[in-house]
Ligand binder design. Structure first.
Ligand SMILES: Cc1cc2nc3c(=O)[nH]c(=O)nc-3n(C[C@H](O)[C@H](O)[C@H](O)COP(=O)(O)OP(=O)(O)OC[C@H]3O[C@@H](n4cnc5c(N)ncnc54)[C@H](O)[C@@H]3O)c2cc1C
Length: 438
């Protein structure tokens, strides 16, 4: 059958990736339809809180100046939690203006308004149920109400991407391939947040705290918590590998409760009103389990392709730029009237040249290395850091020399030497991975 195409490209999913894809295509003068299942744009999406300037400026150019941010995040802390307190490293610089705290619903609304102005046709409340295929090519999508046809379909439908699975472009995800994350939005008035976090009152500074270190008795997980300051809310959340949670029978909500009660966090959120609670998955498939990124008439981008660097809390920038590259490839394919997998694989070449596959390649084994030593990193060393600072800060009338000697000998006493060697080797291999990365 001859197909009557409704449009040049269909993009499924209006997160950062799908919107950026659609903008790239519309700006090249092609027709693009962007579909999202959510009735209210952004309502199905969730993140910690930071979106990054460089990627945003590349897509939105001067419109970046209207970004509805609530604070510029220029204080970054890594807190290694122990039972009673933490050892915290903070980097703060008012000149550092790369990360912006933007609420997800405001972010997507802002992006979609710009996309529409640039010629994107957006259809919310439209769930794509299936892909339509003909002669081995994807030629459209079937929604609950109708069928749309286009020579290229771009899948930007997020971590679960049932559509990529339908095409067998990606393997089934196992629990070990994803982080389960929960987040609570806590309301406090603006002034209280500024007092508690020592912020100026003009929204030009904000805080992100990474919270690392398992609660006592919780072993064999790699808990990563986060706290972001917004204008009059705090986002507090935590994530851990799903397989570890299941295996150790740990409820992720209990980890969030632990953070809320922790001596370091409790005073910061005290008297706050809980506004919202949400949960989401983060892909951790990385370079080693990357899907086939293209098929005949189809391209995958963003979270759907597993483009996240969870160690650095980066995902939106990967989504925006992979979307742009997917859009660019689609435009070239339209200009050359070639929608074959072979032609569309130019997308992979573009990704190879970008920071996306360079970084995913560099980090391809680092996460596993850290996971393998998660007991050390999340239980043992936070405890040893506390002991070290106990000595440094205690004016307890005891010999410092004796205390330090005992401290260093304690590594040999309470830790099998093999474990220490494994930890050191892990750190060495991570450094090598970065040094010999792309
Ligand atoms: C807890 C948490 C904290 C994070 N923190 C950060 C952070 O601080 N900074 C950062 O950069 N990244 C962060 N990330 C990662 C970031 O949120 C994602 O990488 C990014 O949102 C991916 O964008 P995307 O457009 O690929 O997918 P998504 O944002 O997931 O968008 C997918 C869209 O597809 C739609 N969709 C899905 N299926 C269908 C269908 N069948 N039909 C129609 N529509 C469909 C959905 O409704 C959704 O709108 C975090 C993630 C989590 C879970």
């Amino acid at each position: 059958m001859d197909i009557n195409y409704n449009t040049d490209v269909i993009v499924v999913g209006a997160g950062p990736c799908g919107i950026s894809t659609a903008i790239e295509i519309a700006q090249a003068g092609k027709k693009v339809v962007l579909l999202d299942r959510a009735k209210y744009i952004g309502s199905k999406n969730m993140y910690g809180g930071a979106i990054y300037k460089t990627a945003l400026k590349e897509i939105f150019q001067d419109d970046f100046n209207t970004l509805p941010y609530e604070r510029i995040i220029n204080s970054h802390s890594w807190a290694f939690l122990n039972n009673t307190g933490s050892v915290c490293i903070t980097y703060q610089d008012d000149e550092n203006k790369e990360a912006y705290a933007v609420k997800r619903s405001s972010l997507e609304k802002w992006m979609i308004d710009i996309a529409k102005k640039r010629g994107v046709y957006f259809a919310p409340n439209t769930l794509v149920k299936n892909l339509i295929q003909q002669n081995g090519y994807v030629v459209g999508v079937e929604t609950e109400l109708e069928k749309y046809y286009a020579p290229i379909v771009i899948l930007a439908d997020g971590v679960n991407s049932l559509l990529a699975k339908e095409l067998n472009l990606r393997e089934k995800y196992e629990p070990k391939d994803v982080i389960l994350s929960v987040k609570e939005t806590i309301k406090l008035d603006k002034k209280t947040i500024e007092e508690r976090f020592n912020l100026k009152d003009d929204l030009t500074n904000g805080v992100v705290k990474m919270l690392l270190g398992n609660p006592e008795g919780v072993k064999n997980i790699f808990m990563m918590g986060f706290l972001y300051t917004f204008k009059d809310t705090i986002m507090l959340g935590v994530g851990a590998n799903l397989a570890d949670l299941v295996k150790n029978k740990i409820n992720i909500n209990d980890l969030l409760e632990y953070l809320k009660q922790h001596n370091d966090i409790q005073p910061l959120i005290k008297d706050g009103q809980s506004l919202e609670y949400s949960a989401h998955l983060i892909p951790e498939t990385g370079y080693n389990k990357m899907p086939k990124l293209t098929g005949n008439g189809v391209i995958i981008a963003g979270d759907a392709a597993g483009f996240v660097n969870s160690i650095h809390f980066e995902g939106t920038n990967y989504a925006l730029i992979s979307g742009k590259l997917a859009g660019k490839t689609a435009v070239n394919a339209l200009n050359n009237n070639n929608y074959s997998q072979g032609y569309l694989s130019l997308y992979k070449k573009e990704l190879d040249k970008s920071f996306i596959l360079k970084d995913l390649y560099t980090y391809r084994n680092i996460l596993n290395r850290l996971y393998d030593r998660r007991g050390s990193l999340m239980n043992y060393y936070p405890k040893k850091m506390k002991e070290f600072f106990d000595i440094i800060t205690s004016a307890n009338c005891k010999s410092k020399s004796v205390q330090f000697k005992n401290y260093f000998l304690s590594f040999l006493k309470d830790r099998n030497i093999n474990e220490l060697i494994k930890d050191g080797y892990m750190a060495f291999r991570c450094v090598l991975d970065i040094f010999f990365g792309r």
